[in-house]
Design a protein around this ligand. Structure first.
Ligand SMILES: Nc1ncnc2c1ncn2[C@@H]1O[C@H](COP(=O)(O)OP(=O)(O)OP(=O)(O)O)[C@@H](O)[C@H]1O
Length: 322
């Protein structure tokens, strides 16, 4: 199943957010939808999910007319959940409501879907907790589990990692990626997590400046400057993925070495304001050179500073000696 739009315009009576949009969300793909605050990501998700009327144009499912059904699209929005007294387990079972009648018990198939979702999101420790007792992150994970239990070919999530710690953010994006690839689902995630989106998305939708949406694989949008144009990064170089530090030391260091140790040494020296050169005909031109050496998995640093040599056992010691 896939979803596509034809000349779609969305927004509100007094505000058009996106105009004449032609997009498709295909099975087997994880799409990250990115753009600055207030550009209209949540509004587009609600419109694609059939929860909000378009201003013009159409949203279609696999060529059918837009008769949305919760068996086809599961949505995780950012709204507050009001079911304070319900347990986590009960809320996840709500994902099965398209398949059951309120008065009918969950079938063994329903229970399997609920248990499977709880396992995938690793909620087993908190299944008996009440919603009112959850942290924001736990509630977020519960809502994601509910959407997985719904077992639809399309899942849309609005900022699903907003309250999560780094491990859970990575875990959720990996999970969404595996749901799209292994279970052939179409997954759309509105997110501000640039680094995670660049590493996990098959495709990026980038909200443009002219009520349009740019599409492309992450690497192409980085290299062709689309991200820079939309986000107008200040002090951050997306092409290297690094914050641009002020070179306040006015001192160049010739640095050589390999592996993680070399990269983290470079990171520390740049952060502390040094300009780093790693390829040079003649290292002695720079007055200071640092060699990162790893022997039997243990690193040390050789600093040559104006004809003096020092052997150091940590990057902190190296910086102090500089
Ligand atoms: N129900 C509504 N009625 C009228 N205007 C709305 C409504 N919901 C949102 N808007 C307006 O639409 C614009 C886009 O809002 P939306 O929440 O879709 O943006 P967003 O890209 O998801 O933002 P963020 O990244 O900050 O979550 C904003 O100007 C917002 O004020």
């Amino acid at each position: 199943m896939s979803l596509y739009t034809k000349a779609l315009s969305i927004g509100y009576n007094n505000q058009v957010l996106f105009e004449n949009i032609n997009l498709s969300l295909n099975k087997g793909q994880l799409v990250c939808f990115m753009g600055p605050n207030g550009i209209g990501k949540s509004s587009l998700i609600r419109t694609l999910a059939g929860l909000q009327k378009p201003l013009a144009g159409e949203v279609n499912l696999s060529g059918n007319d837009s008769s949305f059904h919760p068996k086809e699209i599961a949505v995780v929005l950012t709204n507050k959940v009001t079911a304070a007294n319900m347990t986590v387990y009960e809320l996840v079972t709500f994902g099965r409501y398209p398949y059951t009648n309120w008065n009918i018990k969950l079938s063994s198939h329903d229970l399997k879907a609920v248990e499977g979702a709880i396992e995938k999101v690793r909620l087993y420790d908190i299944t008996d907790k009440r919603i009112a007792e959850l942290s924001d992150g736990q509630l977020q994970m519960t809502m994601i589990a509910r959407a997985i239990a719904q077992d639809t070919p399309i899942i849309m999530l609005d900022e699903p990692t907003a309250h999560l710690d780094l491990n859970n953010r990575v875990e959720i994006m990996r999970l969404l990626r595996s749901l799209s690839h292994e279970m052939n689902k179409a997954i759309l995630v509105a997110t501000h997590e640039l680094d995670l989106a660049l590493q996990t998305a098959d495709l990026i939708w980038l909200a443009g400046k002219n009520k349009n949406i740019l599409k492309g694989i992450p690497e192409d949008l980085v290299l062709n400057g689309s991200f820079d144009e939309i986000f107008q990064f200040k002090g951050f170089d997306l092409k290297t993925g690094k914050i641009q530090h002020q070179l306040f030391r006015e001192q160049t260091i010739f640095l050589t070495g390999t592996g993680h140790e070399f990269l983290w040494t470079k990171n520390a020296l740049e952060r502390t304001g040094f300009k780093i050169i790693s390829h040079a005909e003649d290292a002695s031109t720079y007055g200071i050179s640092v060699y990162v050496i790893v022997e039997e998995s243990k690193p040390h640093w050789i600093l040559n500073k104006y004809n003096q040599q020092y052997k150091l056992s940590s990057i902190e010691a190296l910086i102090q000696q500089l």
